[in-house]
Design a protein around this ligand. Structure first.
Ligand code: MEZ
Length: 598
């Protein structure tokens, strides 16, 4: 080989090695706290950067981290495979969060974290990180460089049930949709929804001979909201609820079981067979439908601004991508469905100082950024002070104990062993009554019959939240209350069930007496659950400006809006709202666009 050709060969080999060398250099990372990042751990096992990133001078990681996750799965197997292998009682790879990216917990170049511990306190070891981290890092908003402007018909912000529904509906109406989510996972708070979805005059109610009407649902909703609801919106909720149940069923959901939530005159809360949690089921159905339609969903993508032209028409959004940095999407319509702010303690305390320091049942992303970007775009806000505390969050945790437990028959008992409130009164009244008891907490008391009637209760056993006894007296001893008083309380309640008359507290629905051993109790405290206030909208889900006029091209649905629920939302009306108003928003947004060719 001549010298000339030798030089060319050496240069070619160096050129191939150079990017690898660059990539290798980037893995020498010790993360804060002294942990070794996963990239280092991989390197120690002779797995270099190219294995995850491929050979490239520029490491391109997309915001949704799809490419990296494919690599994780190639080597380690899919989440469901890992879940099937796990023998741990708490299975981190098989949670209610569904099929999520590996990178939600595992990071190459920063400390890994157990996402579950945003809400739970599991002692789960994780390579390259800590099980204790509770704070989730969302994109920082730091701008890198302006990339090319993208275009689509409809941008939807937020991947809870309202956003997913709006995106699917707009897509089905012919629009090209981009769906953005600031968190590393889709599903928002909807994924945590437990009790069910309220709807009146459904086929499932009719099959169970439940006599309900749109008017009755409307009246219950208005009464629950202390008649401060926007009556037009409350009526839309009730009127469209049955068709929203039909729509969800038509796309694969099972919400055929019908139970009752507090403040409802009849059983109208629809949930999966056997009384399983509604949220994770619905979100998985919506995820599958969005995936089947190949809707462009981007996680780790926070909208920092809604763009408007000089005439005040919304023209798109500015996005802060986790890896890509700031970029613009131009759109003919924007649907804001970014949820509420129950997980933002400062904001909650700003509007309601008396709620300072209270726990929340919400996912960590419920911080109210949507309300802020909406207000910055000129939206009128309403009912911001109306913040709901849910009476039954497991004491010392962020785990919601669904109202359906009371709906199926459980009673509330104080530390002295006595009932103190109608368990099916509205949430504000029940919470107020609990906060007036010793220790500002109480016990949900149930028996084996109630346990068997609702699948979700098994989850509370799994999370070790339940105390038990073979008799009411035995249970009372475990709870540290006078045994004869708890026994008497349960006996009096059982007589009321038999007589169908609760003389003491006027509870209207008592489906089961507590007579089947074992007896169980969960200690509960009220926690911040839902923010009724938000962007003002009209019947078409158009966002209303301070001038009182709709902002052209701007729609909103779900918890980011205010008005549907007034001063107090009824349990089961939230999922109902997300589907009904998500569908209206998706339809109306799509009507504004002349679809670009897909
Ligand atoms: O709608 C809700 O907030 C709800 C049904 C909560 C629950 O207790 O399950």
């Amino acid at each position: 080989m001549g010298n000339h050709r030798k030089i060319i060969l050496i240069v070619a080999v160096l050129a191939m090695l150079l990017p690898v060398g660059l990539l290798q250099a980037k893995t020498d990372i010790q993360v804060a706290g002294g942990n070794i990042a996963l990239a280092e751990l991989h390197k120690a096992n002779k797995v270099g950067c190219v294995e995850c990133h491929g050979v490239s001078e520029k490491i391109v990681v997309d915001d949704s981290e799809k490419g990296i996750n494919i690599k994780c799965i190639e080597c380690h197997g899919a989440l469901s495979e890992l879940s099937a292998k796990s023998k741990d009682p708490i299975n981190p790879h098989g949670s209610h969060l569904g099929e999520i990216n590996c990178t939600v917990c595992h990071s190459g170049h920063e400390q890994s974290r157990v996402y579950c511990n945003s809400c739970h306190s599991f002692n789960l070891p994780i390579a390259g990180g800590s099980s204790e981290i509770k704070k989730i890092v969302v994109p920082s908003g730091k701008s890198t460089k302006k990339s090319a402007v993208e275009k689509c018909d409809v941008v939807v912000i937020g991947t809870g049930a309202a956003g997913m529904t709006a995106a699917i509906t707009a897509h089905d109406a012919g629009a090209k949709v981009i769906l953005l989510e600031k968190q590393p996972i889709t599903g928002g708070n909807s994924m945590l929804a437990a009790g069910g979805m309220n709807a009146a005059e459904t086929s499932f109610q009719k099959a169970k001979n439940i006599n309900d009407s749109v008017e009755l649902m409307y009246e219950d909703t208005m009464k629950g909201g202390k008649n401060t609801n926007d009556p037009e919106l409350a009526r839309i909720l009730a009127k469209n609820s049955a068709s929203s149940v039909d729509w969800l069923t038509s796309i694969g959901a099972d919400i055929s079981d019908v139970g009752r939530m507090a403040g409802a005159s009849v059983n109208r809360t629809h949930r999966p067979t056997g009384g399983a949690a509604v949220g994770s089921h619905i979100v998985n159905v919506l995820r599958k439908n969005a995936a089947d339609r190949k809707i462009d969903i981007r996680v780790n993508s926070k909208v920092v601004k809604i763009l408007e032209n000089k005439g005040g028409k919304v023209t798109g959004v500015v996005v802060q991508g986790k890896h890509r940095g700031e970029y613009t999407i131009e759109a003919k319509a924007v649907v804001l469905a970014a949820g509420g702010f129950s997980a933002n303690p400062e904001k909650v305390a700003y509007y309601r100082p008396e709620f300072k320091g209270m726990t929340t049942s919400n996912q960590p992303g419920a911080t109210g950024d949507g309300v802020e970007i909406g207000a910055n775009a000129g939206a009128e806000l309403k009912d911001m002070k109306e913040i709901q505390i849910h009476p039954t969050v497991a004491a010392g945790s962020r785990i919601l104990i669904t109202e359906a437990v009371r709906g199926n028959g459980a009673i509330l008992v104080n530390h002295e062993g006595k009932r103190f409130v109608n368990e099916l009164t509205t949430r504000d009244k029940a919470s107020e009554a609990i906060l007036a008891q010793t220790g500002q907490s109480a016990f949900l008391v149930l028996d084996e019959g109630i346990r068997k009637s609702l699948k979700q209760i098994d989850g509370y056993f799994h999370l070790e939240l339940v105390k038990e006894g073979n008799t009411p007296e035995e249970l009372a001893k475990v709870l540290g209350m006078p045994p004869e008083i708890l026994a008497q309380t349960i006996e009096t309640y059982n007589k009321a069930v038999d007589a169908k008359n609760d003389d003491e507290f006027k509870r209207s629905d008592m489906p089961l007496a507590l007579r089947t051993a074992k007896y169980y109790a969960i200690e509960i405290k009220p926690g911040i659950h839902y923010t009724m206030g938000g962007l003002k909208i009209n019947a078409n889900t158009q966002v209303i400006a301070k001038s009182g006029k709709p902002i052209p091209g701007f729609f909103a649905a779900g918890e980011v809006t205010g008005g549907v629920h007034g001063a107090n939302r009824l349990g089961g009306n939230s999922i109902s709202e997300t589907i009904t108003f998500g569908r209206i928003a998706g339809d109306n947004a799509a009507k504004l666009v002349k679809p670009v060719k897909k």
